[in-house]
Design a protein around this ligand. Structure first.
Ligand code: FES
Length: 263
């Protein structure tokens, strides 16, 4: 599934997770109610909801994997939370697959074993959903972090040459206070233009690893979107916490109409 772009161009994925969550937990509820009240039609509904939930799980997993591989800052608080979310949700889907296989069809009433497996799956799904909610609400993964006066989201993937230089942008490509995410040799850097020239620094906040490219740059100071730490983009020093550790900075030069970064 392709990501769509918000108004400022930052990638935002459509949220598909409510569908498998509603179908799988709803199927469990129909199974329990059907068994308690002896209603074959209800547990048949539960069976079909489980199938629909598993199919939607596959669809919802695609943007989830894209976000994990592409958007979540590596070695950050969000990356460990994303891993926990993925493991819990995959375990939940596995439990519902086992329940469907053990049950053997819509006509078969759910046994206590099947209901037990579904209950475990539902609990795992709720725990995984909670971690996923934290990823969005607290780590802003999949959230448009654009701000008034901010520029379009910009990023590029490049490889450094033998001298460790990489072309980050064309001269004049970035406006003052605009940032660009550079994915270079498996690392994430930020190329930014200030009123006094170009700068480059690590895309990892010195606090919990938040993506600075998704933050705010103004007057030579970049602010992390997670807890508001501020860094001087020329020296890498902390200007305001909670971060205590500064960020790495890189030499930038502008030659022949290109902005190059030494990585
Ligand atoms: S990750 Fe906490 S301020 Fe940046």
């Amino acid at each position: 599934m392709r990501s769509k772009a918000s108004l400022d161009g930052h990638p935002v994925h459509p949220a598909l997770i409510p569908f498998p969550f509603a179908f799988l937990t709803g199927g469990f509820v129909f199974d329990v109610a059907g068994r308690l009240l002896g209603r074959p039609g209800w547990w048949a509904t539960g069976y079909h909801l489980a199938l629909a939930g598993l199919a939607m799980s596959v669809l919802a997993a695609v943007p989830g994997f894209v976000d994990y591989a592409h958007t979540v800052p590596p070695r950050s608080r969000a990356s460990s939370r994303a891993m926990r979310h993925m493991v819990l949700v995959l375990a939940a889907v596995g439990a519902f697959v086992v329940a469907v296989l053990v049950r053997g069809g819509a006509a078969a009433g759910p046994s206590l074993v099947v209901l037990g497996i579904e209950a475990i799956g539902a609990a795992l799904l709720i725990a995984g959903g909670s971690a996923g909610g934290d990823l969005v609400m607290r780590d802003q993964i999949g959230v448009d972090t654009g701000y008034a006066g901010g520029r379009r989201w910009s990023e590029t993937t490049a490889t450094s040459d033998d001298e460790g230089m990489v072309v980050g942008a064309r001269a004049g490509e970035l406006a003052v206070d605009q940032m660009k995410l550079l994915r270079v040799d498996g690392r994430r850097l930020v190329l930014a233009r200030t009123a006094t020239g170009y700068v480059a620094f690590d895309d990892a906040c010195g606090h919990d690893g938040g993506s600075l490219a998704a933050g705010t740059l103004i007057c030579g100071t970049v602010q992390c979107p997670w807890h508001g730490s501020q860094f001087d983009v020329r020296t890498g020093c902390v200007r305001a916490g909670p971060a205590r550790r500064g960020i790495g900075i890189y030499h930038v030069e502008e030659t022949e109409g290109l902005v190059r970064v030494r990585v």
